[in-house]
Design a protein around this ligand. Sequence first.
Ligand code: ZN
Ligand code: ZN
Length: 304
Amino acid sequence: MRISFYGVRGSLPSPGPATAHFGGNTSCVLVELADGTILIFDAGTGLRPLGARLMGSDKPLHLLLTHSHWDHIQGFPFFGPIYQPDREIHICRSLPEGDTRFAGVLEQMNGHNHPLSHDTLPSVSRYMKDPDQFFGRHDFGFRRKALNHPGGGYAYRIDVDGASFAYVTDNELDPPGKPATSFGEWVDFCQGVDVLVHDAQYLQSDMPMKHGWGHSLVSQVRELAHAANVGCLALYHHDPERTDQQVAAILDDSRAWIAGKGGRTEILCAFEGLVIDIARGPGAATRLEFNALRPAAMVAPDQD
Ligand SMILES: [Zn+2]
Ligand SMILES: [Zn+2]
């Protein structure tokens, strides 16, 4: 399993010299499975450079949305493969089965919010009727969990050939009122996962004003990763106001915290171009390899 990050920022794109290292594009992560299956988590502005890379093939694509806030759907109209004739794009929408509320990712292309209408796209871009049934036909484990986030949404977990990945954004681990998913249930959902990508937008200094806005404190996220015995925690959905220097300070602080706990979790702050390979080591153990895409590989056609 290979995980590549194309957008790691939360709420709003934030380009500029102060954010150039971690990157300013909003949520988008590519997961490639050994059998060639392509899974894309969220359609933030990071989807645009990913689309340029995926134009080199005609493989079906699977887009798994956590929810329909702008920072998770805004890249879709600029995703090259939607303009490829007959390219199959299967979209796992974020709303419960039967919910007919405004879904967003396709409907934003309506001639009003975007010049084109999604009805005119030459690709076959459509919502899955039943994601659990759809992925049930595939050779990997697929699980969802309700997010603690205004408007709702889903987190995802993928298990295949002994490798596991969980994508949990936007999620407030300790929200006001009754959570959709409790901290203990998150520990179960993320238990033993090789790589956990989790929303870590806020610091204690953001509170109490932002309590209830649907994002977690860094301190809560690392508690979760430690409690769930996670292999690698990628802090994600960085606040748009957070400079590279400030994100790097969060990383130093988090690594010191986990070392103090004697925990095994590797902690990093996700950045655009980060690639994590989950491979099997000797015996049953999994091995993680960390690399960075060369800038050209962010947009070049896939040569694999
Ligand atoms: Zn978001
Ligand atoms: Zn959101």
